[in-house]
Design a protein around this ligand. Sequence first.
Ligand SMILES: [Zn+2]
Length: 366
Amino acid sequence: MVLLPVAAVICLLAACEVVSSDKSKRDTSTVTDTTGVAARADTSPPSGVPAAPSDSLANTVARDSGTVTMSADRPVRGGVLFALAEGLAPDIPRCTWKGATLPCYRVARGVLAIVPLPADEPAGTFTLTFDRPAGRITRQITVADHDFGRELVFLDSAHYALVKRGADVARDARALRAVLGAESDTRYWSGSWGAPVKGARGDGYGAERFYYRAADSSRAIRLGPELKTTGSFGLDTVVASSRDVPSWRHAGVDLTASRGSSVVAPAAGLVADVGSYILTGNTVVIDHGQGVHSAYFHLDTALVRRGDRVAAGKRIGRVGATGLATGPHLHYGIYVHGKDIDPAAWAAMPAFARDQGDAGTSKSKQ
Ligand SMILES: [Zn+2]
């Protein structure tokens, strides 16, 4: 249950997009097992069976040892799991997660799988696999639960009218989903990811946000357990009925910055979309390759065009308050294989994922 004092609401209306009712708390009590993290393989090749085909790449990397190196040590909802099967060098890597195909890629040291753990998928223990000639490598991964909080957002009548444009919002969502779901083989980024806005702090990933009229802020509103969000911000194609409280799960972080501040690419990529949408306003999406995208919402101005190649640090736009934003800020989202994750978790990328070049162009970089 969340009851918000009116004073807090007024203050935040002037300053930013949301009222935070419950800052994110890591739930440390629900998981006791991270079996398989950085563990040895449980499927050693039988004697006499070659471990991996010999080809030009395999000759440059370690022999398939069956070792899978993973990070984070403690996977959590909203985070991301990087898993490297070292030395594995099939022509076409094949991986699965939760029994479904997961795109994975050859890198200099083996096969890298990046598993998104979006806030809208449950905690639990799930199976990650890598196929290889000597038999499938299997790991059980426990994803810890996390409370992302629930928030009330009060909107003036002009902004409230935006959330009610259901058919237009759904059309935009289909367009953005198509961009963010694209999977290109080339990997454009390497090294650490920077921040898209200098010195800004960001939060709010995964929070459930419920939108009311500003006039409603004079009465206490109770967010009962029966109220549930129906999709993620900017990507929900469900058109809510007029009786529903408009609501979405916040699929990125809001970075505080003044209007006109520079937004820069945190890593190299290809500009996949520049558009103007009802909720996300002036929007830029960068494709970083191999299923990784970053998104920038509510821009005042976009400074790139679709198809542009951008280097890390390249200026791509200026901070604004377009779309569903009640003050200037940058909404920054990271998507892996079409699913949103917490950009803070992405920035904590381990060295083995950061420093892997594209298998087609790099030699062993250990
Ligand atoms: Zn946002």
